[in-house]
Ligand binder design. Structure first.
Ligand code: M6R
Length: 608
C-alpha cells in the first residue's frame, strides 16, 4: 500500500525522505515522488517504477529545502504513471495520500466549476485542489487543511506542505494509519514507526479523525471535533537498522530461514517449558473463553488461512463452535453474533482495512475481540480487547511466510489455553501438546536442510501453467496457503482444494500437465487423502506428495515426494508450511519474477 513520509526539518530533506521511503518499500508500490519547499516554492520530482528511478531523477535534478513530503504509490485510481504519482500539487499546496477518497467525483465537479484543472486520474489530487480553493477563500493553510479533510469521505491518511510556509506540515488520519515522530529540532510524519525509526524512537499515533499540525519541532494534534488532543508518545520498538537480507538473495528466503527462531520466540511467550504447559491467561481472557458461545475467526489472505487452521484446533481441543470467514465478507454480511461470543482476528500488519473494519463491527455487536497480530503498535492491536502477539519481527517480503507460522504457533497455544480453561483436555494431554509444539522450531530447522532438493522441484513446477494443491483436515488450509504462495510470487495459476472435493469437479482439470501437490501427514485422515490421491493418479495426475517417512512409504509410487520430519500430528501445519513456501520461492526464482515485491501486490492492504 502507499507509504507516506513528511519532515519539517533543519537540513535538505529530500535525500532523507528517499531513505525513509526505502523503509516503506515492503508495503508494495509502483511509483514514487517527493516534494519540498525551496525558498518557499513547491518543487517536486515523481517517477513511475521503483525508488531507484526516483533516486536517479533526484541525482540529475536535486530537490532543495528543509520541509518536504514523500510517497510510494500503490495504484488504485489511474495507472502508475508520472502524472498519477504523488505528491499532487497546485502552486499553493502539495499533498501525499494513502487510501481512497470516495467522494472525489462530486468534489472534482464542484472544483472544476470553480476553475480548477486536474492533471491526473487520481482521487488524491482532489485534496490538493480542495485545500487550494479553501485557501483562496481566505483560510490559513492549517485551517484550510482541516476544513478540507472534513469534507473527504472514505479511508485515508494524508500529509501536506504549503507554499511560503517553511516548517509547516499538516497530516490527517481517517481509516489508514499515520504516526508522528518527535525530535528536538525536527518533527516527522510517517505511515508507520518503522519509516521514522532512523530519525526518532519517540512516536505517537493519530486516532481516527485526528489532524496534526507541525510547525518546526512543535506538534499539535486535534481530534475529529477540532479540539486539541493528547496522544501518548511511545518509545517505539521499531529498529533503526536498515533491514537487510543478511546474505540471502531475497527477504522472502531470509524470512523462511528465520522461522525456527521466530516461531521459538512466539512459543516462548505462550508456553512454559518447565510444565510444559500454557502460561495461564489473564482473568478477562479466561472468562471470555469459558463463557464463549461461539468463536468467530477472520482475517485476509494468508492470515485467514492461519485462522482456518485454528478452527480445526479450537473445535477439536476446546470443543468450541467456530465460524470462519474472510474479513472482506464478514464485515458486509451482517453476521448474527451470539451473546457471549468471541471474535478473533488474525493479521500480520495489524492495518488490513477489511480486518480492522470486521473487528470494529464485531466489537460494536458485543463480541469480545481478540487480535493475533505481529505489529504491536498497529491499529488492530490497539483496538482489540485482547492482543495475542506474534514475534515474527518485521516481515518485508510481500509473501507472508514467518508471520504465518508464528500465527499458527500463537493460535495453537491459544487453542490449548482455551481447552485448558474449558476443561476439555486433561493435564496430561496439555503436556503432550505443549511438548510437541516446543519441538516445532527444531523440526523446521531440520527440514530446512532439504532446501537444495526442493529447489530442484520448484524448478520443475516453474515449467507448468497450473498447479493444484489438496489436503484434508488442518492440511486443507495449507493447500489453500500453498496455492496462494505459488500464484502470488510465481504468477503460476494454482488452486487449493479439500481433498474430498476433488471428485466433485476439480478432477476434470487433471492431466499430465497439471502437477497436484498433496499434503498428507500420516495422521487420522491419511488413508482418505491417499485414496483421493489415487483417484487423481488414475487419471494421469502427476503427484508431489508432502508427508513424513511412514506416509511416503505407505503411499506408494508418486512423481515426487518431500519428506517432512515425523511429529505429533497436532503440529504438522507448522512443519508443512515450510515446503510449500520453498516450492513457491524456487518456482518464482526459476521464472525470474520480483519475489519480494510481486506485481500488483501490496504488503499492507489499507484499502478495502
Ligand atoms: O497484514 P495482514 O496479515 O492482515 O495481511 C493479510 C493479507 O493481505 C496477506 O496475508 C496476504 O495474503 C499475503 N500477501 C500473503 O502472502
Amino acid at each position: 500500500m502507499c507509504g507516506i513520509v513528511g519532515i519539517a526539518g533543519t537540513r535538505d530533506v529530500a535525500p532523507v525522505i528517499l531513505e525513509a521511503l526505502k523503509r516503506l518499500e515492503y508495503r508494495g508500490y509502483d511509483s514514487a515522488g517527493i516534494a519540498t519547499l525551496d525558498h518557499g516554492a513547491i518543487d517536486r520530482r515523481r517517477a513511475p517504477g521503483k525508488l531507484n528511478m526516483l533516486g536517479a531523477m533526484l541525482h540529475d535534478r536535486p530537490l532543495h529545502g528543509h520541509t518536504g513530503i514523500g510517497h510510494t504509490r500503490w495504484a488504485t485510481h489511474g495507472a502508475p504513471t508520472e502524472a498519477n504519482a504523488h505528491p499532487h500539487a497546485t502552486a499553493q499546496v502539495a499533498i501525499v495520500h494513502n487510501g481512497i477518497i470516495e467522494n472525489f467525483r462530486e468534489l472534482n465537479a464542484e472544483l472544476t466549476a470553480k476553475g480548477h484543472k486536474f492533471e491526473s486520474e487520481t482521487d488524491s489530487e482532489t485534496a490538493a485542489h480542495l485545500v487550494t480553493q479553501l485557501m483562496s477563500e481566505g483560510l490559513a493553510p492549517d485551517a484550510a487543511a482541516k476544513k478540507a479533510v472534513a469534507r473527504l469521505t472514505g479511508a485515508y491518511s494524508i500529509a501536506m506542505i504549503f507554499k511560503d510556509h517553511d516548517g509547516l506540515l499538516v497530516g490527517a488520519r481517517r481509516g489508514a494509519p499515520l504516526a508522528v515522530g518527535y525530535a528536538d529540532t525536527e518533527a516527522y510524519i510517517g505511515s508507520d514507526a518503522f519509516a521514522l525509526a532512523p530519525f526518532t524512537k519517540k512516536v505517537s499515533y493519530l486516532e481516527e479523525g485526528d489532524v496534526v499540525v507541525i510547525r518546526g519541532a512543535q506538534v499539535t494534534i486535534f481530534d475529529g471535533e477540532g479540539r486539541p488532543a493528547n496522544r501518548e508518545i511511545k518509545i517505539t520498538s521499531a529498529s533503526a537498522a536498515l533491514v537487510d537480507k543478511a546474505g540471502h538473495s531475497h527477504f522472502m528466503v531470509k524470512e523462511i530461514h528465520e522461522q525456527p527462531e521466530v516461531v521459538g520466540h512466539t512459543l516462548a511467550h505462550y508456553l512454559d517449558p518447565a510444565g510444559p504447559d500454557v502460561r495461564r491467561q489473564g482473568k478477562g481472557l479466561r472468562d471470555a473463553l469459558v463463557k464463549a458461545s461461539r468463536l468467530t475467526i477472520s482475517g485476509c489472505g494468508t492470515a485467514y488461512y492461519a485462522g482456518l487452521v485454528g478452527k480445526y484446533w479450537f473445535e477439536k481441543l476446546a470443543r468450541m463452535s467456530v465460524e470462519t470467514d474472510v474479513a472482506s465478507e464478514l464485515r458486509y454480511r451482517d453476521p448474527v453474533y451470539p451473546e457471549n461470543g468471541v471474535a478473533l482476528f488474525v493479521s500480520q500488519s495489524g492495518e488490513t482495512a477489511d480486518t480492522l473494519a470486521a473487528l470494529r463491527d464485531s466489537k460494536a455487536k458485543g463480541q469480545t475481540t481478540i487480535a493475533v497480530v505481529n505489529v504491536a503498535e498497529s491499529s488492530i492491536a490497539r483496538e482489540a480487547d485482547i492482543v495475542l502477539p506474534t514475534y515474527a519481527g518485521p516481515e518485508i517480503g510481500v509473501a507472508s511466510t514467518k508471520a504465518f507460522t508464528c500465527q499458527l504457533a500463537a493460535l495453537a497455544c491459544f487453542a490449548i489455553a482455551a481447552a485448558e480453561a474449558r476443561r476439555t483436555i486433561s493435564k496430561g494431554e496439555e503436556k503432550v501438546l505443549c511438548a510437541s509444539l516446543l519441538e516445532a522450531p527444531r523440526h523446521i530447522a531440520e527440514f530446512l536442510k532439504q532446501e537444495p532438493a526442493i529447489k530442484i522441484l520448484g524448478e520443475e513446477i516453474a515449467k507448468v501453467r497450473d498447479v493444484l494443491y489438496m489436503g484434508r483436515g488442518a492440511s486443507y488450509p495449507l493447500a489453500l496457503e500453498g496455492a496462494l504462495k505459488l500464484k502470488e510470487i510465481s504468477y503460476i495459476h494454482a488452486e487449493g482444494y479439500a481433498a474430498g472435493e476433488m471428485k466433485h469437479g476439480p478432477i476434470a482439470l487433471i492431466d499430465e500437465a497439471v502437477p497436484i501437490i498433496v499434503i498428507a501427514p500420516h495422521d487420522a485422515h491419511f488413508e482418505k487423502t491417499i485414496s483421493n490421491m489415487q483417484e487423481v493418479m488414475a487419471r494421469g495426475g502427476k503427484v508431489l506428495l508432502i508427508s513424513d517417512k511412514a506416509g511416503i512409504a505407505k503411499a506408494g509410487k508418486v512423481w515426487a515426494s518431500i519428506e517432512v520430519p515425523t511429529t505429533n500430528s497436532f503440529i504438522t501445519p507448522l512443519i508443512n508450511a515450510i515446503p510449500v513456501q520453498l516450492l513457491a520461492y524456487y518456482a518464482a526464482i526459476a521464472k525470474g519474477t520480483d519475489v519480494d515485491q510481486p506485481r500488483n501486490l501490496a504488503k499492507s492492504v489499507t484499502v478495502e
